[in-house]
Design a protein around this ligand. Structure first.
Ligand SMILES: Nc1ncnc2c1ncn2[C@@H]1O[C@H](COP(=O)(O)OP(=O)(O)OP(=O)(O)O)[C@@H](O)[C@H]1O
Length: 861
């Protein structure tokens, strides 16, 4: 019968070929041609088209053509960058396929969710995403979150015969179900196509960038208008006035900025993926960089999640297991009576678990929950193999983080394992109960995770037809069997990662479901808990958000026995304090806290589907140190965006200055750069080095400064551009121009020199700007360190970029027709020498600025 044995593999393959993979139809994004067209029809592009058209009308065809070339190059460049960013993002998505347990050929096996077909029997457990529309055949204390389909936030109870929908989540219990529809035939597919139109909300970075672009454009257009007016007043012809206006506006508009940012975020995301951190949307890269607080759970993130049961306390005494790692041959130390009791306890604990230990090369490894696998290993070590039969369980109330226990009905018995606080109160009072509490404190004090195991006989259970979803009526009058102590070694990388977080000014708190004493011991072992601090328990957290925030707002806070709802309150309270919060979660009910946090972090290896889908960042290796690595990369990416913004804007100052000088002189000082030259500067010098700066690697000290959430265009950046780098470039440029004119005998007040002299002077100005930008590219690599300390060759891409820039300069000067179109000629020796001075001038000014700023702020980047 299909429902029991599942499909045969070939049948599944046939159905897969027939129905197609179990994926939702691609959300209708704009077709490529339309996205390509969009690069030529956005606001700036339209402005430039109008400018080009006016240029033709005004009888300046070269200008018209040049503007069109700018629009085309910018559009193609932006499209290519966005396509690259998109490819990177989809590659990241593909790195995290969802898996499902199915039964095929009578055996449970894990397959990719996309491979599930109609007729498959799927085995689901709390936290799983339901892979298609299905009908439940087994449903034990099962609830499903259907909010994404129905909007109903309360989980819905499911019983055998009920239907479930693809895309919803199993919140509680476990189930088996027969898949009835997959992929585009599911109910979700219908709804998804309805909602495909909805656009995601804009991220802070996106808003910030729009702000920057809007400011610069407003400035550009106002300057353009101003120059138009001034030139007319100065008696210039309409034609020339228009030329100026276009030149000024085109020079200042940062057409290439947005795509460069997107690409830089995509590269950041790719580098994070290389370090086992997958971001689920690009903007998270930047938010990660400004993280100020990390709430991390313990098991698996700070510890290795390689559990072994090392101690069993029973009323008859203690049993210890000792062995290298925890081997199947671990030595059993304890009295005969205690070992007998421990055996019984181990069998009960194993029956109340689904995780199993698999023997590989003389060591146990976990299949399923590592803690439950450790209990299985314990049972196998203590009991006879034939006593461990899996098929007697009649009903299972699976673990959930609110009840903190798991119960099973086996034969006429109820077996319960769980957190001692949640099991001991259900036991009949006895002297054993009193003695166990000191054993519990002792075990937990050594960092062991402690579980209590209990049992009772259920009268007449063979007759139960339908077990209740809530086991409350059975979970009473239990007899305590004892306690198990499980050891889970801390990860080796954690101590160093905590150090780094501390240096980076990021506070770290442990938020765990475990016992306070266990939490304190582990936190002390890894150097998180400070000696003067104590552990707070979830139930003692104040209700008031402000009080809660104040209580937790310090490095090394440890909060134990936290419920998912308390986790959400912790997230809100810390954000109320102004923190940019990263919070980890792997459980079924962690979704809301992960969504609330600025960066929700889920576990890729051990977490649930629910947590992964709510998260912004998925740790492929579950390691705390990976979060710190991702923060580092986030900071590096933000620094890169600032780098090329600085570079772009400096160029703008140099391009604008000739117009300002000309206007201020009332048209008596010749114009050093023409509109065509500016267009060529924008394309010839800006594009490639900006890209190269966007790919700069993180500096070694990026984690040695406190986190800051500053505007992209903050005062430091403005001062550097508009008071230091920009003016120095501009002065050099105007000097090269003036020296050339001066040596040719021209003086202010004289009539303009002849065209040849003007062309050579303008060529000198042009050359100077390229050379200055050449130095500027290196200066922009750091906000605090001069380029020679970074090593000139450490950004290979930049070397290529400046080499191309130099070749472009030579071409623009020496290829006759190009030079003629630009209206300049190769510079004279004096012009060139003056221009060359721009290189040391920019580097020196940058060096002085960095020194002074460094001394004042002690800042390092
Ligand atoms: N499968 C299980 N069966 C029974 N009890 C369990 C199970 N898993 C955990 N517990 C108990 O519930 C407590 C809370 O577990 P939970 O999984 O909520 O903690 P957590 O938040 O994952 O902890 P951590 O921060 O260590 O990852 C544990 O300390 C343990 O006592």
């Amino acid at each position: 019968m299909t429902a029991v044995t599942g499909l045969r593999a070939e049948e599944a393959a046939r159905l897969l070929a027939m129905d197609g993979p179990n994926t939702l139809p691609q959300v209708q994004t704009d077709p490529r041609w339309r996205r390509f067209a969009a690069e030529f029809t956005h606001f700036f592009a339209l402005l430039l088209w109008v400018a080009a058209a006016l240029a033709f009308v005004a009888g300046m065809p070269q200008l018209g053509v040049a503007v069109i070339v700018v629009v085309i190059i910018n559009g193609v460049f932006a499209f290519a960058q966005e396509a690259r960013a998109e490819r990177a993002a989809s590659k990241l998505r593909a790195m995290l396929p969802a898996h499902v347990m199915v039964r095929r050929d009578g055996r449970p096996m894990k397959v990719e969710a996309a491979q599930v077909v109609r007729g498959d029997v799927v085995l689901l457990t709390a936290g799983d995403r339901i892979p298609g529309d299905l009908e439940f055949s087994v449903a034990e204390a099962c609830t499903v979150d259907e909010s994404m389909l129905s909007g109903e936030s309360e989980p819905v109870a499911k019983h055998p015969g009920d239907v479930g929908y693809g895309g919803t989540f199993l919140v509680n219990g476990n189930a088996e179900a027969l898949v009835t529809a997959t992929g585009r035939r599911t109910r979700l597919a219908d709804i998804a196509s309805l909602t495909a139109e909805a656009r995601p909300p804009q991220s802070p970075l996106h808003k910030e960038l729009r702000r920057v672009v809007r400011i610069i454009s407003a400035v550009a257009l106002s300057f353009g208008g101003l120059f138009f007016a001034v030139s007319l007043l100065a008696g210039t012809s309409w034609r020339d006035a228009f030329l100026f206006a276009v030149g000024v506006s085109v020079a200042l508009i940062p057409e290439g900025l947005l795509p460069t940012v997107t690409l830089s975020l995509a590269m950041g995301a790719q580098r994070m993926a290389g370090r086992n951190a997958l971001v689920r949307h690009l903007e998270a890269v930047e938010t990660l960089g400004s993280t100020t607080f990390i709430c991390t759970d313990k098991t698996g993130t700070l510890t290795q999640n390689r559990m072994s049961a090392v101690e069993v306390w029973t009323p008859d005494g203690m049993v210890r297991l000792r062995g290298e790692g925890y081997t199947p041959t671990a030595e059993i130390i304890g009295g005969e009576a205690a070992v007998q009791r421990a055996r019984r306890l181990a069998r009960a604990a194993r029956a109340a678990s689904r995780g199993r230990a698999v023997l590989q090369k003389g060591q146990w490894s976990a299949d399923g929950d590592p803690m439950e696998a450790a209990l299985d290993a314990l049972a196998r070590r203590l009991a006879d193999a034939q006593d461990l039969d899996d098929d007697q369980v009649q009903f299972r109330w699976t673990f959930d983080p609110v009840r903190r226990r798991e119960s099973v009905a086996v034969g006429s018995e109820l077996l319960v394992k769980g957190a001692p606080e949640n099991v001991l109160p259900l036991c009949v009072p006895s002297t054993d109960l009193r003695t166990c509490s000191s054993a519990l404190e002792d075990m937990a004090g050594r960092g062991l995770r402690v579980l209590a195991v209990a049992e009772r006989t259920l009268p007449g259970t063979g007759l139960v037809e339908r077990w209740p979803d809530e086991p409350g009526q059975y979970e009473q009058h239990l007899t305590l069997l004892g306690l198990v102590g499980l050891h889970d070694p801390p990860r080796e990388s954690v101590a160093e990662a905590l150090q780094k977080a501390r240096m980076a000014g990021i506070k770290v708190a442990m938020v765990t479901g475990d016992h306070p004493t266990t939490a304190a011991a582990i936190a002390a072992e890894i150097g998180l808990l400070r000696p003067d601090r104590t552990v707070v328990e979830g139930k003692d957290l104040p209700d008031d958000g402000h009080l809660l925030g104040a209580l937790l707002d310090h490095d090394g806070a440890v909060i134990s026995r936290v419920s998912p709802e308390q986790k959400l309150r912790v997230a809100r309270a810390l954000q109320l304090r102004g923190h940019v919060l990263a919070m980890t979660g792997d459980g079924v009910n962690d979704g809301p806290a992960l969504q609330e946090a600025d960066i929700g972090v889920a576990m890729g290896a051990s977490g649930t589907d629910v947590a992964r889908e709510a998260a912004d960042l998925v740790l492929l290796d579950d390691d705390f140190a990976t979060i710190i690595a991702a923060v580092e990369q986030g900071r590096a990416t933000y620094a890169n965006i600032r780098r090329f913004l600085t570079y772009h804007l400096t160029d703008n100052v140099a391009e604008l200055t000739p117009f300002v000088v000309w206007a201020l002189s009332g048209g008596n000082f010749p114009l050093a750069l023409g509109v065509m030259q500016i267009l060529f500067l924008d394309i010839g010098t800006d594009l490639l080095p900006a890209l190269a700066l966007g790919s700069e690697r993180a500096g070694p000290r990026i984690l040695q400064r406190p986190p800051e959430r500053r505007h992209l265009m903050d005062s430091a950046l403005m001062i550097r551009v508009f008071a230091i780098l920009g003016p120095v470039e501009a002065v050099c440029e105007m000097a090269a121009f003036t020296v050339t004119l001066w040596l040719a005998g021209w003086r202010p007040g004289f009539p303009f020199p002849d065209v040849g002299v003007l062309a050579a002077a303008s060529g000198a100005a042009f050359t100077t700007v390229v050379l200055a930008q050449w130095a500027n590219a290196f200066a922009c690599r750091s906000e605090s360190v001069p380029p020679w300390r970074l090593g000139w060759a450490t950004n290979r891409l930049l070397l290529w970029a400046v080499a191309v820039e130099l070749l472009a300069l030579i071409a623009f000067l020496f290829i006759g027709p190009v030079a003629a179109m630009l209206g300049h000629a190769p510079p004279t020796v004096a012009g060139l020498l003056t221009g060359l001075l721009a290189i040391p001038a920019v580097l020196f000014a940058d060096y002085l600025y960095k020194r002074i700023r460094h001394r004042h702020r002690g800042a390092v980047v």
